[in-house]
Write a protein that binds this ligand. Structure first.
Ligand code: GDD
Ligand code: MG
Length: 360
């Protein structure tokens, strides 16, 4: 039988707290953070739609209301989106079981809501069909597998073990956060309980001899859960290194909303994106940076590989590299912020308030 995306439900897990992206996620759930001009989740939904899947269920928990307010019933995107809210977060497995009543088809494609990938989703569905699998998981090779679920397979692609975040991974092949489930496998997950799909469901399926297969590919892949990956992923979308149907024909060195004010001599490069209503002063240089809405950047500021949240203000000639600036924070003129610094929402750093170099 040929895999049929129209006969497949998509389930997206978007209930996590996004702690590794704080303070951006203090008010906004991670999948709703602006990435290359759109909430990250919108790029994923567009990919799902482009693959031919139209029924999507979002498993929400943290800041659940934000998703429905933005996407509604999904009809504007040509999708039918339903929302299921966990009052208390049920974990990844519990979240999947929690949407069982909304499933319409025998085949269910589950997505982590924070993965940017160029993978052919239909190819994963085809592997699932051809292997007659109970679960098929998308696998990728990464340089440091310790932060992910490590998934060794045999020569036929059958999964041998699932080792979530292990210090001593036996292979560099990891769980890419996209799975195809047979519907009855979802039903078998205990209902209304906290369950980790990675630490409980997958290991148990393997012990019980279920047919769990891997689909390995070499397409673009990135987990957007940490600031460095978030800026890189956004920049790769803007530059077209990874394709988003939302950015068709608009890729380039930068992506600037029409309402943005850009003064003379400004240099925007490295996939920088600037959100609605922001103002960039004369002579600023922004490289590989994500600027949300309503941000003011005063003349001469130099910003690299950073995320500037909504309503923040960056003073003249400030230098910021590899930082996260929270909503409404104010960085004074000539401040120099070092890589890894995170400024909390509303914090005000006075002019010359942070400097690291002894000259000037
Ligand atoms: N509804 C719901 N409820 N969603 C949840 C919950 C929950 O209790 N907990 C987490 N999620 C969602 C998050 O919002 C995210 O979209 C997804 O599940 C994965 O959670 P992360 O917190 O991003 O997990 P991770 O990145 O550390 O690890 C996972 O992803 C890796 C690939 O990116 C694991 O699946 C790893 O095995 C995998 O390699
Ligand atoms: Mg993640």
């Amino acid at each position: 039988m040929k895999a049929n995306p129209a006969q497949t439900d998509a389930v997206i897990l978007v209930g996590g707290r996004g702690t590794r992206l704080r303070p951006l996620t203090v008010n906004t759930p991670k999948p709703m953070l602006s990435t290359a001009g759109y909430p990250f989740l919108q790029h994923l939904l567009a990919r799902i739609k482009a693959a031919g899947i139209t029924h999507v269920v979002l498993g929400t928990s943290y800041r659940a209301e934000v998703f429905e307010e933005y996407f509604g019933d999904g009809s504007e995107m040509g999708l039918e989106i339903e929302y299921v809210v966990e009052e208390e977060a049920l974990g990844t497995g519990g979240a999947i079981r929690n949407v069982y009543d909304r499933l319409r088809h025998e085949t269910v494609m589950v997505f982590n809501g924070d993965v940017l990938a160029g993978t052919d989703l239909n190819a994963i569905l085809e592997t699932h069909e051809s292997k007659n699998a109970d679960v098929t998981m998308h696998l990728v090779r990464v340089s440091d597998p310790r932060a992910f679920g490590c998934v060794p397979t045999d020569t036929d692609g059958r999964v041998l073990e699932f080792l979530e975040k292990t210090e001593d991974p036996p292979t560099d092949q990891v769980n890419a956060g996209c799975y195809v489930f047979r519907r009855e496998v979802v039903e078998a997950i205990p209902a209304k309980k906290v369950v980790s799909v990675e630490r409980e469901t997958f290991p148990q399926l393997l012990i019980s001899g279920s047919r769990v297969y891997g689909h390995v590919d070499h397409a673009y892949w990135r987990d957007m859960g940490r600031p460095g990956d978030f800026v890189r992923g956004s920049s790769d979308l803007v530059r077209g290194v990874v394709h988003s149907p939302l950015l068709e024909g608009r890729t380039g060195e930068s992506l600037v909303e029409a309402s943005v004010g850009v003064a003379g001599g400004v240099i925007l490069l490295g996939g920088t994106s600037i959100g609605r209503g922001s103002e960039i002063g004369a002579g600023c240089r922004l490289d590989g940076t994500v600027v949300f809405e309503g941000v003011t950047i005063e003349p001469g500021a130099v910003i690299e590989d950073s995320i500037i949240a909504a309503g923040a203000r960056i003073g003249a000639n400030a230098r910021i590299k590899g930082c996260v600036i929270g909503e409404g924070a104010h960085i004074g003129a000539r401040c120099e912020l070092k890589s890894g610094m995170r400024v909390w929402p509303g914090v005000v750093i006075p002019d010359n308030g942070v400097r690291f170099s002894s000259d000037a």
